[in-house]
Design a protein around this ligand. Structure first.
Ligand code: PLP
Length: 387
């Protein structure tokens, strides 16, 4: 089968490298990551990049992005410890998770982190007590959940009026009210989601200026897409549109902008290599061909939950034609079905032991894979660099 998402040389390098490796495993290609970083930098020249470590926390990926000059967005003190262990300066770290224990905040502060996101009064009070004087971005709710393949703006963020109150409270408690953050949902297909979000941010900036607070930063989170089975608009188009939205609202005095890309940076650099464990039918006259793989929802493909993310798949065998399948994982959990409504077309002669290559799996796979469900170890990954 032909591949379109990976350069031919990259695909060959990955095939060559993985041929004697036990499956399942993720092969992550650093040259592709460097290309994606350059693409994002080119598309968003008006923004500082803070890599969302949760997307793939591999130390080699962090080192590579560090060398490229990236900053980092963290979700926990464990990610912070990892970054500090790799000598990343805390001045280049933003603590983006709005859900934090007091002890997490105290640890981050002690490590030198001074930029935090928040979305409720109790967190602002904890920040004032355990990270005094720190910069705070208040996260607002945004629209766009229906058009994001992996929605995020319901659990996090607060309404506009509450965001204004929280910024005022932050000032009162001695924190530095620094900006407004949002995340329009991961793999956001509708670029106009950023338009509405930026307009909301602008309104808050205006209101607070009247209260004597000059906010400085817009943290636009992630949401920029990767290419999956369904292609997405390119990053240049996203960057151009978002720049226009910013200009329409803020004119020639733009705020400092940061973006926190996860998926759009690392997804396309990863190929998950899997093997067919079994092919079966539930009755002699059934048309449903069940293909069970050695990777499933719990082994790294959790974003197939609800069939939300649909990865492109490749194979090597000479196909005698293709027909639809139901794809499922290997564990003893009946929830571990990857794709049933959306029918992948796979070779009719696909057999046990054949390999399937899942493209665009560099994001949210290794970091999500379970520790020992059914005794299966976490998804192993190998990092490849150019020879
Ligand atoms: C605060 C924050 N920033 C950035 C990201 C990365 O988003 P994406 O992978 O869509 O780029 C996430 C994803 O969960 C997030 O929660």
């Amino acid at each position: 089968m032909s591949q379109q998402l990976l350069a031919a040389a990259t695909w060959q390098r990955i095939q060559r490298f993985s041929c004697d490796k036990p499956t399942p495993c993720l092969i992550f290609d650093l040259p592709t990551l460097r290309e994606k970083y350059a693409e994002l930098e080119g598309a968003f020249p008006f923004a500082d990049i803070y890599y969302a470590v949760k997307a793939n926390p591999d130390a080699d990926i962090i080192r590579c992005l560090d060398a490229l000059g990236a900053n980092f967005d963290i979700a926990s003190i464990y990610e912070l410890q990892k970054l500090r262990g790799l000598n990343i300066d805390s001045a280049r770290i933003s603590y983006g998770n709005t859900i934090k224990k007091a002890t997490d905040i105290a640890f981050a502060y002690e490590q030198g982190v001074r930029l935090f996101a928040s979305d409720c009064e109790s967190d602002i009070r904890k920040l004032a007590k355990f990270a005094p004087g720190s910069r705070v971005c208040v996260r607002v709710l945004t629209e766009g959940s229906e058009t994001a393949d992996w929605p995020l703006s319901r659990k996090f963020g607060c309404q506009r009026d509450m965001a204004i109150e929280l910024i005022l409270l932050a000032r009162e408690l001695g924190l530095e009210p620094y900006g407004i953050s949002f995340h329009v949902g991961s793999q956001q297909r509708d670029i106009s989601s950023w338009d509405a979000a930026i307009a909301k941010v602008h309104f808050i900036f205006d209101q607070l200026r009247e209260a004597g607070i000059a906010l400085k930063m817009v943290n636009m989170g992630g949401g920029m897409p990767a290419n999956y089975k369904q292609r997405s608009q390119d990053l240049q188009t996203y960057g151009r549109a978002i720049a226009r939205f910013l200009e329409e609202d803020f004119g020639d005095s733009p705020p400092q902008v940061i973006i926190e890309p996860g998926r759009s940076l690392v997804a396309e650099a990863g190929v998950l290599v899997s093997e067919v464990v079994q092919v079966s039918y539930k009755s002699h006259d059934s048309l449903d061909r069940w293909v069970y793989l050695d990777v499933g929802l719990f082994g790294g493909l959790i974003e197939a939950l609800g069939e939300a993310i649909q990865y492109p798949v490749l194979w090597e065998l000479d196909s005698d034609g293709e027909d639809e399948v139901i794809l499922a994982g290997p564990t003893c959990d009946s929830m571990d079905i990857l794709y049933e409504d959306h029918r992948y077309q796979l070779p009719v002669n696909l057999q046990e032991g054949d390999r399937l290559y899942w493209l665009s799996t560099g994001a949210y796979t290794t970091s999500y894979s379970s520790v020992e469900f059914n005794g299966i170890p976490p998804l192993r990954s190998y990092i490849l660099d150019a020879p």
